[in-house]
Design a protein around this ligand. Structure first.
Ligand code: UD1
Ligand code: MG
Length: 455
């Protein structure tokens, strides 16, 4: 069988007023990625699909977000929010291009699995004109009910239009639908707005198709797959479901999560086998971790790469551009940003390393700070292989420290240090014999005099 061509239309024109937000609902994020991108990704994962986004408010931003996962996505505008059928028709031009399958997805439904969408398309391949993604609702309130006769789906009744008997039905419309390209336009154009909300309901095409003698069926997805995001409580629920799935996927792929429910991943987190992630670790977007790495508790990573056999934290912060080669250690209360750290280097305690290149095997002492910013520009600090930076040193960039050089503790390094040199960037220590005891006596006497004066 030749592959069927597919147009996926993502409806993203919801105002999302219940989000109580200045930004459109579909730009709110799950796993660090806007909702609209989740829908676009799901459509793509289920097979090659041309993508059309129907947006309303701030449509440029919606398209920009979607383009990150689907660069060829096309934008259509729905100027007035007159219902889901009306929204689909905004993409009329794309619908008339002759695709075999038309998929309609909701941008506020981010958890659909590729296999759920594949099941919809399979229904079309087997001859149905309309396939609806159904689910058994624990509480059907608010959902369209799927009305069946035997195996056939005869209508979808929106909650507000249900009779009491229909309202008792728990088999509901998940919102996603696949429509045969040959029938799509004529079915959707036949939809009217004679209903409780006065909207053009896409769901009405079921009854229209059934009346025309076309085959209409429903698939069954898990309820969590069709979870819709209408407010921030549901946004958090969707995040929870996404995280639970990701944790499971990570563990089954060979990553140890000591307390899985406390680890937070982003949409693109990648971790190698036999890596151990301790409790309360957060992965922001753009993190890749190799194999046999230990990430200790309470670490926060974002835009960072960690090669095999590294050790991070506890309480470490890796920011964008942190690139750690094999066997690098970044210990407690260290922050690393835009820095290449070569094999086996150690930054173990209380340091800030930003805009730097650190050579293999270098040892960065406790409290070392790269002073990378002068209030206007960022500057580079280079530290050679095998160099030893004494504790509490301030390295004022731009500055370079040669291979195997030593920097004495407490130095403020403002000039380059040659390889193998020992740099002192601090005042020389002077000892005054007996002066400590004299000072103590003097202070003691002062305190006693004050107490006596008070009475
Ligand atoms: C819809 C379904 C309902 C289903 C439920 C599942 C219809 C008529 N009803 O109801 O059967 O059980 O989803 O969650 O389809 N949108 C536009 N333009 C519009 C209207 C909506 O782009 O004019 C978009 C929204 O942004 C949203 C999606 O379409 O992403 C669904 O709209 P919404 O108003 O949330 O429909 P529901 O009442 O949830
Ligand atoms: Mg909805």
């Amino acid at each position: 069988m030749t592959e069927r061509s597919c147009l996926a239309i993502v409806l993203a024109a919801g105002e999302g007023t219940r989000m109580k937000s200045a930004k459109p609902k579909v730009l709110h994020e799950v796993a660090g990625m806007p909702l609209v991108c989740h829908a676009a990704r799901a459509a793509q994962a289920a097979g090659r699909a041309d993508l059309a986004i129907v947006a309303g408010r701030q449509s440029d931003e919606v398209l920009k977000a979607a383009a990150k996962v689907a660069p060829s996505a096309r934008l259509y505008l729905q100027h007035e929010r007159l219902g889901t059928a009306h929204a689909v028709l905004a993409a009329r031009e794309a619908i008339t291009e002759g695709h075999d399958d038309i998929l309609v997805l909701f941008a506020d439904t981010p958890l659909v699995e590729p296999e759920d969408i594949a099941a919809l398309r399979k229904g079309l391949a087997q001859g149905a004109a309309v396939v609806v993604m159904g689910f058994e609702a624990a509480d059907p309130t608010g959902y369209g009910r799927l009305l069946t006769e035997g195996d056939r789906l005869v209508a979808i009744r929106e909650d507000k239009d249900c009779t009491p008997a229909e309202r008792a039905v728990t088999f509901c419309n998940g919102g996603l639908m696949a429509i045969s390209g040959a029938h799509a336009l004529s079915l959707i154009e036949a939809v009217g707005n004679q209903n409780a909300k006065g909207e053009y309901y896409l769901t009405d095409i079921v009854e229209i198709a059934a009346a025309r003698g076309l085959a209409v069926i429903a698939t069954t997805a898990a309820e969590e797959s069709v979870l819709g995001v209408n407010n921030r409580v549901q946004l958090a629920e969707a995040e929870g479901v996404w995280q639970a799935r990701k944790r499971r996927e990570m563990m089954l792929a060979g990553v140890t999560l000591v307390a899985p429910e406390t680890v937070h991943f982003a949409h693109d987190t990648q971790i190698g086998t036999d890596t151990i992630v301790e409790p309360n670790v957060v992965f922001g977007p753009g993190v890749t971790v190799g194999a046999h790495v230990t990430i200790h508790a309470f670490s926060h990573l974002e835009g960072a790469t960690i090669a095999d056999n590294g050790e991070i934290g506890p309480f470490a912060r890796l920011r964008p551009g942190a690139q750690l080669a094999e066997k690098v250690k970044v210990g407690n209360f260290c922050e690393v940003k835009n820095a290449e750290i070569a094999t086996g280097a150690k930054i173990n305690h209380l340091s800030y390393i930003g805009d730097a290149k650190i050579g293999a095997g270098a040892n960065i002492g406790a409290g070392t700070i790269t002073c990378n910013y002068d209030g206007f520009l960022k500057h580079l600090t280079q530290i050679g292989a095998g160099a030893f930076i004494g504790s509490n040193s301030a390295l004022v960039a731009p500055v370079s420290i040669g291979d195997n050089a030593y920097v004495a503790s407490g130095s403020v390094v403002t000039a380059d240090v040659p390889a193998d040199a020992l740099a002192f960037g601090r005042a020389r220590q002077e000892n005054k014999p007996g002066l400590g005891a004299q000072l103590r006596e003097k202070l003691k006497a002062e305190k006693q005099a004050r107490a006596a004066a008070k009475g």
